[in-house]
Each structure stands twice: as structure tokens, then as C-alpha cells.
Design a protein around this ligand. Structure first.
Ligand code: GDP
Ligand code: ZN
Length: 456
């Protein structure tokens, strides 16, 4: 069945200098050309594909509504693989709405979330891991997240998965060779080779799964709890952190995040500050809500900042909190109020987690704090960005592949019949195929693209 013609505004919902309307499907150039009058009067489709044509955008009644640049691409040479057109208008939401409406009058329909990318996937232009990278790239909030998504988009993860896949296909071929001679058992030589193949795949899958730890941090950030006794400066620290690096973290309406939370980038790591109820409020509700709440926050945290007032002596309560924190997640002691005289060096038995002196009030020491965060939550090794697992779907599929390979190896060891072992290898292949989308169920694909923005 041929796809219909879809259209959407591809740029954000807010007013901006430029706004883009895109179209994909049969006769996209013709529909775009019907709402666009090129200055030279030739019409859009008579210009060479992928050139920019200057002209007037008209509404459905033919009235001029903007001066724009338009372009079109033939099928086979576009993002979706279909014939596409793009109208680069001024970014007023009213202009874009009128332009879109005019295209609807030409027979286009509103594209759903991720529908362009879904067509690119179904048309074989991108595999599923690459399609997910498109969404990760749009959502990226740190330079590391950008590089990871860009690498994945260019196929780094798919290649890594593909190598494991190919290795297992070789194993399958060996088994089939054995199965072709049903009277024979697997000889010791074949068994050794099969074993080596499974071991190799198992090792690679283990490493791939381990990459999810840093991949998750890159793609989604780290939930971070700020805890400490009343008046040590938790709220002040939170405000200082949130105001610290506004350059990259922005609240973009209409992105795929479902909750609005305080976020900051510290040491290149995106921290999602866990709302310990009222942390932000000057009334300090958190102090009244007390210990239970901060414990709940610590339990969800991937990083805990225990704030201490260094102008006062460390108390038993402080120590207890530190102990609790250390048991739950990587912990940093934030010795706050460094602008005040020290209250004395605490005498503590045993080792304390790494500490940093800051003055939240004056914004001092935050760089040092960032360095400590980066040290405690190391990113991926250089050059591996792009080939990490970054979401739960990928990790789940890789986990299933690993289990199947394990079962195959166990079966081989226990002397199961070749076809029983083969079933497990096939399952591993199928799980790996889900990662790149070769063998993924349609409802799962639909769910993935549902999380995209409209227009991508
Ligand atoms: P919380 O109860 O832990 O959230 O502490 P707050 O952030 O509300 O701060 C308690 C008091 O300490 C306020 O009066 C702040 O102005 C003050 N404070 C916070 N950070 C600093 C700091 O770095 N230096 C100094 N001198 N005072 C601070
Ligand atoms: Zn507070």
C-alpha cells in the first residue's frame, strides 16, 4: 500500500526566526508548488531537486502570507525515502498554521508524532537504533549526549550489534552443517568451535549490556538528591546549580520529556534534581517533612549530594545521613558556607566520601564540585560514544539475547541435541534483530515512534 501525503511543522511551537513545514509522500513537490509561487514564475517542481527556490507562500485562498525558500527532493533521495518538500518560512506560528492549512487543502494530512522517521525506518533508510538516535539527538542536553546520539545515528551501535549477530549466524551455520548429517553427533572439534563462537558472543553481549550504565547517564541524566540538615544551604545550593549552566539546559515546550523538573549540567553530566518537596521554597517545607522524604529521594538517586555547614561542627545526625547515603548511591559531601570561618575539622572514624568546599551563596567551588561529579560518574571511554545502549528497550533486548546465548552454551555442555541448542541461538538472533529493527513487532515500533515529536 502506498503511503499518503503527510505534512507538519517541523520546528518548535514557540515563535522563532525561521519555521519549517515539511511534506512527504506522493506528489509532495506538486502540493508544495501549489502553495508557493517562485519569483521566476517557473514553479517549484521545475527547479532542480534539492535546490533552494525563493518565492511567495500563499494561503488557501491564494493570498500572499510570507516570502520563503522552498525545496524538494525526489523519492529515493530524501530522509523518508519518499518524495519530499520543505518550506522554510518565517517562524510565526500564524504563518506556519496558514501554510499548513493551505497544504491540507491540497490533499496533505497532518503527520503524527515521528511519522517521517517511521517512514524512513519502514523504507529502510534508517534502522531502529538509528531512528531512536534521531529522537535522542533532539532531546540531547549535554555535549556528551549529542555525540552519543550522533554516533548512534551514523550506525555505530548498529555495527556493534551487527558484529555479534554475524558471529551467531556463523554458529548457526556450523550447527546446520552438523544437522545435515543427522546420524552423526557433534564431534569434539565442532563442539570446540561452536563453544568458542558462543563464548565470544556472550562476552560481547556482556560488554554491550554494561555500556547501558554510561549510556543511560548520557541519554537521560542522573537523578540527584540534595540532602542535609535544616539550614545547611540545600535550597541555596539548588538555586546556584540550576542557575549555573543555563547555556545548555533549556526547558523546551513540547519535547518528549513528560515531567518538568529542575535540571542542571555539572561536570558535563546532566543532573535531574529530585524534588525533595519544597526544596525550592523559602519556607523550607522539606525540613518539616523531614527524614522520610529525603530517604525516599536518596533511594531513587544515582548521585547524592550531602550538604554540610562547614562553619559548624559535624553532628551525629550528619554522620548518620552520610552513612545512609553512601550505602545507597555515589555520594559527595558538599561542605557549604566556605565563605564563613571553619567550625573545626570533624573527627570521624573510617573514611568519608569525597568532599568539596563550596559557598552556595557566593557561587564558589561549583567548578570543583563539577570535577568531582565527573570523576564519580565517569562517562564512556573515548571513542565508544555512539555504540552504547541508551534505553530500556535496547537493554532488555540485549539482555534476552545474552540469556539465550547462555542457554545455548549450557545446552551444548549438557549434550543436548543440536536442534535444541539451535533454538536458543535463533532466539538470541531474534532478540538482536529487535535492537536494530530487523525482527521487531509492529506494536513495539508504533510505540517507539509515538514518543517522537510531530514533524520528525
Ligand atoms: P536549607 O534549609 O538547607 O535549604 O538552607 P537554605 O538554603 O535555606 O539556607 C539557610 C541559610 O543559610 C540561609 O540564610 C542562607 O542564606 C544561608 N546560606 C546558604 N548557603 C550559604 C553560604 O554558602 N554561605 C553563607 N554565609 N550562608 C549561606
Ligand atoms: Zn531548604
Amino acid at each position: 500500500m502506498e503511503n499518503d501525503l503527510i505534512a507538519a511543522v517541523a520546528t518548535g511551537a514557540a515563535r522563532s526566526a525561521i519555521g519549517v513545514i515539511r511534506l512527504s509522500g506522493p506528489e509532495a513537490a506538486k502540493a508544495a508548488g501549489a502553495v508557493f509561487q517562485s519569483l521566476d514564475g517557473k514553479g517549484l517542481a521545475n527547479h532542480p531537486p534539492r535546490s533552494l527556490v525563493y518565492g511567495t507562500l500563499v494561503d488557501r485562498e491564494g493570498r500572499a502570507i510570507d516570502r520563503i525558500l522552498a525545496t524538494w527532493s525526489p523519492a529515493g533521495h530524501s530522509y523518508t525515502g519518499e518524495e519530499t518538500a520543505e518550506l522554510q518560512c518565517h517562524g510565526a506560528p500564524a504563518v506556519l498554521a496558514l501554510g499548513l492549512e493551505a497544504l491540507f487543502a491540497q490533499g496533505a494530512r497532518q503527520a503524527g508524532p515521528g511519522e517521517f522517521t517511521k517512514r524512513a525506518f519502514l523504507g529502510g533508510r534508517l534502522d531502529l537504533a538509528q531512528a531512536e538516535a534521531v529522537m535522542d539527538l533532539i532531546d540531547a542536553e549535554t555535549p556528551g549526549a549529542v555525540r552519543q546520539a550522533a554516533g548512534q545515528l551514523s550506525g555505530a551501535l548498529s555495527r556493534r550489534v551487527g558484529e555479534i549477530y554475524d558471529g551467531l549466524v556463523d554458529v548457526m551455520a556450523h550447527f546446520h552443517a552438523v544437522l545435515d548429517y543427522p546420524d552423526e553427533d557433534i564431534g569434539p572439534f565442532e563442539e570446540k568451535e561452536l563453544w568458542a563462537g558462543l563464548e565470544e558472543a556472550y562476552g560481547r553481549l556482556t560488554a554491550l549490556l554494561a555500556s547501558y550504565d554510561s549510556g543511560k547517564v548520557l541519554a537521560r541524566g542522573v537523578p540527584c538528591a540534595i540532602v542535609g540538615r535544616p539550614n545547611v544551604g540545600k535550597s541555596t545550593l539548588l538555586n546556584a546549580l540550576v542557575g549555573y549552566d543555563r547555556a545548555i539546559v533549556t526547558d523546551v515546550p513540547g519535547t518528549t520529556r513528560d515531567t518538568v523538573e529542575e535540571r542542571c549540567v555539572l561536570g558535563g553530566v546532566l543532573l535531574r534534581l529530585i524534588d525533595t518537596a519544597g526544596l525550592r521554597e523559602t519556607e523550607d517545607a522539606v525540613e518539616r517533612i523531614g527524614v522520610a522524604r529525603s530517604r525516599a529521594a536518596m533511594e531513587r538517586a544515582g548521585l547524592i549530594l550531602v550538604v554540610l555547614d562547614q562553619s559548624r561542627r559535624m553532628t551525629q545526625e550528619d554522620l548518620q545521613l552520610v552513612e545512609e547515603a553512601v550505602a545507597l548511591a555515589p555520594t559527595i559531601l558538599v561542605w557549604n558556607k566556605s565563605d564563613l570561618p571553619s567550625g573545626g575539622i570533624p573527627t570521624v572514624e573510617g573514611e568519608l566520601p569525597p568532599g568539596v568546599e563550596v559557598s552556595a551563596k557566593l557561587g564558589l567551588g561549583l567548578d570543583k564540585l563539577g570535577e568531582t561529579v565527573a570523576r564519580l560518574l565517569p562517562g564512556p571511554a573515548d571513542g565508544t560514544e555512539g555504540e552504547l545502549l541508551t534505553n530500556a528497550r535496547q537493554a532488555e533486548a540485549a539482555g534476552r539475547a545474552k540469556e539465550s546465548v547462555w542457554r545455548a552454551a549450557e545446552g551444548l555442555r549438557a549434550g543436548f541435541t543440536p536442534d535444541a541448542v539451535l533454538t536458543d541461538v535463533e532466539e538470541a538472533l531474534s532478540a538482536l534483530g529487535e535492537l536494530t529493527g530487523q525482527s521487531v513487532r509492529e506494536d513495539i515500533t508504533a510505540r517507539i515512534f509515538q514518543r517522537f515529536c510531530v514533524g520528525k
